[in-house]
Design a binder for this molecule. Structure first.
Ligand SMILES: CC(C)(COP(=O)(O)OP(=O)(O)OC[C@H]1O[C@@H](n2cnc3c(N)ncnc32)[C@H](O)[C@@H]1OP(=O)(O)O)[C@@H](O)C(=O)NCCC(=O)NCCS
Length: 129
């Protein structure tokens, strides 16, 4: 457990099970799949905070892979707003896994992504008050 990456103050934004179709050549889960889970998870919170209900990712500010994900693991994504702009949001995103066989919980990734609320024309839009 990495103390600075507690999840108690984060929202649970997505949960799924890692499947064989998403493995890399080592048999672990492919990093691109993990990154996309984080992007989707962050978007769940970003859309909630957007006045229009829409947002786009504009930047992956940091990204760390700490441990591999294994097929069958429960993959939980957590998100927290760490900086609010006029239309932009910096969101810290973490993935933790639970292995049903060993009954262990593992911190897998953490990162900070920036999202921008957008309107119907694809232009930046305000956040909810
Ligand atoms: C998001 C987008 C509409 C912003 O357009 P823009 O003309 O740069 O808008 P603005 O200059 O008004 O910036 C809007 C906000 O985004 C922030 N921003 C824009 N680009 C950024 C970047 N690369 N990193 C961090 N913040 C960024 C600005 O700081 C500003 O924040 P604020 O309103 O909180 O002060 C435009 O960049 C875009 O469509 N990008 C493509 C997004 C995309 O396709 N993502 C991948 C698929 S989801």
């Amino acid at each position: 457990m990495v103390d600075e990456y507690k999840i108690e103050d984060h929202d649970l934004v997505s949960r799924t099970i890692a499947m064989p179709a998403d493995t890399n050549a080592n048999g672990d889960i492919f990093g691109g799949w993990v990154l996309s889970q984080m992007d989707l998870g962050g978007a769940v919170l970003a859309n909630k905070l957007s006045s229009t209900g829409r947002s786009v990712t504009v930047s992956v500010d940091s990204m760390s892979f700490i441990n591999p994900i294994h097929v069958g693991d429960l993959v939980s994504c957590y998100a927290k707003l760490i900086k609010r702009g006029n239309t932009s949001m910096k969101i810290q995103i973490q993935i933790w896994t639970y292995n049903y066989i060993s009954k262990t919980t593992t911190h897998v990734t953490h990162g900070v992504f920036t999202y921008v609320a957008i309107n119907d024309e694809g232009k930046s839009a305000p956040l909810i008050p």
